[in-house]
Design a protein around this ligand. Structure first.
Ligand code: R5P
Length: 321
């Protein structure tokens, strides 16, 4: 008989972990996570994990470094307590944007994080809508990189007008936009951004026709809101109808983002719960859950089942090369 698995949660998004547990009909295992007065993390597993497969749920969302160290410490505790395999469910993978060097004197921090996760004995990673697909290649253990695009499209499809175009705010999001477009039966428009400095970008031109069209702007994450704000301005400048929807997997929605997303053109913003929502009253902001997606992944990993059906509608039939 297969040993039952143990589901553990860090403190970064306990609501999502509870939701995953509900989807699976299990409880989250007891674990005490505290902070010493100097900020160091203290962890004590509340039940044995010896001989069990363990799943840890912890997005490395802000505060990124404390949440990352908490995940590393949880994994270390499980491995030292003789868990058979530790799988990290990382709904939001912090540092994903640091996947390359822009200048010669920078770290590739996403790679460093991958090394750290593996160094503490994490043998499998599950995540959703990674900033770039190649981050998977930073790991030598299996990475199940899921996509929330079908979940987001299901939430959006009845709300969008027939003439909507799916807008990729930069060339890096074309593939994701194509996934949306395929499910929503809409054309894709791409904005070409030019980098002005390490932190500043400007829209150089728009590839595709937006004249008098409603727009669905998609992205992997909304952090400061700058990208979406600029995209809206550029679309309106190009004659798009002031009727826009915004959809992103990771709603970081940092302080100040609400002001940047105050455009009256925005009808609704839809994000998932990969990151614990920070805003309780934001009219027009909808949060859809990726708990069923992660629950499905967890079940398949535990039983060595196939992932084929899990997010099939979002998988590409095309290859870049
Ligand atoms: C950029 O490459 C990303 O895909 C997002 O567009 C960006 O990180 C969003 O950040 P912000 O909301 O601060 O513009």
């Amino acid at each position: 008989m297969q040993e039952p698995f143990v589901l553990l949660s860090g403190t970064a998004n306990e609501a999502l972990a509870r939701s995953i547990a509900r989807n699976l009909g299990v409880d989250i295992a007891a674990c005490e996570i505290r902070r010493f007065p100097d900020g160091e993390v203290s962890i004590e597993l509340g039940e044995p994990v010896r001989g069990h497969e363990v799943f840890l749920v912890q997005p490395t969302a802000p505060p990124v470094d404390p949440n990352l160290v908490e995940l590393l410490a949880l994994a270390d505790a499980c491995r030292r307590a003789a868990a058979t395999r530790v799988t990290a469910i990382i709904p939001y993978f912090g540092y994903a944007r640091a996947d390359k060097r822009l200048t010669r004197r920078e770290p590739v921090t996403a790679r460093m994080v991958a090394d750290l996760l593996q160094a503490v004995g994490i043998e499998h990673v599950v995540t959703v809508d990674l900033h770039t697909d190649q981050i998977e290649g930073f790991f030598h253990v299996p990475v199940d990189a899921l996509t929330a695009v079908p979940t987001l499209c299901n939430a959006l499809e009845d709300r969008l007008p027939d003439d909507v175009v799916v807008v990729a705010p930069d060339a890096g999001r074309v593939r994701m936009a194509t996934r949306y477009a395929r499910q929503l039966h809409a054309p894709v428009v791409v904005l070409h951004k030019e980098r002005k400095s390490g932190t500043e970008t400007a829209v150089a031109h728009i590839v595709g026709d937006v004249h008098s069209r409603a727009c669905l702007i998609i992205d992997d994450m909304i952090s400061t809101g700058e990208t979406i704000g600029q995209t809206i301005e550029a679309l309106i400048g190009a004659g798009a109808r002031e009727e826009m929807w915004v959809s992103a997997t990771h709603g970081l929605l940092l302080d100040g983002s609400r002001e940047k997303l105050a455009s009256t053109a925005i009808r609704e913003i839809v994000v998932t719960d990969t990151i614990a929502p920070r805003h309780t009253s934001w009219p027009g902001l909808h949060v859809v859950s990726v708990a069923p997606l992660f629950a499905g992944a967890l079940k398949r990993i535990h039983t060595d089942g196939s992932f084929n059906e899990l997010d099939r509608s979002a998988r590409d039939d095309t290859r870049d090369r």
